[in-house]
Design a protein around this ligand. Structure first.
Ligand SMILES: [Zn+2]
Length: 135
């Protein structure tokens, strides 16, 4: 039994309790499974659209246009679900390695309140906002 890694909290927050940590880990596990499922569904939907597209020759151009739109939506849905899945999986790995809760950009604490709201967060609010402003 090694010593438990201490997951940092933001200034003014109470240290994590074992129960709170267990809850966050459960949520992460759920997220990994849920997003993987979403990703697989979106990917299957995309494969279906692509198959349909392949024998769409001779179809009304308006039809083709709408299926292109549908396909683009499906592509971004799949990409989004995949990104969420990978982020949740990464957070879970960090959790198990004991380096969870540390902002990957500034190395500061992400904060308990934020992690309880978004367990897959790998960046503190400040860095996340800076990143979003830049894009
Ligand atoms: Zn940060």
């Amino acid at each position: 039994m090694g010593t438990k890694p201490v997951i940092p909290v933001a200034e003014g927050e109470e240290p994590w309790t074992a129960d709170e940590l267990a809850e966050v880990r459960d949520q992460l596990l759920e997220d990994v499974q849920a997003y993987e499922q979403k990703y697989l569904v979106a990917q299957a939907g995309l494969a279906e659209l692509l198959t349909e597209g392949a024998d769409a020759a001779g179809r009304d151009p308006a039809d083709v246009g709408s299926s292109n739109f549908e396909r683009d939506q499906e592509v971004s849905l799949a990409a989004n679900a995949r990104a969420m899945f990978e982020q949740s999986e990464l957070a879970l790995k960090l959790f198990d390695e004991g380096s969870y809760g540390i902002c990957e950009a500034c190395g500061g604490p992400i904060g308990k309140a934020r992690l309880q709201a978004v367990p897959r967060a790998t960046m503190c609010v400040g860095c996340k906002q800076r990143l979003e402003r830049r894009s």
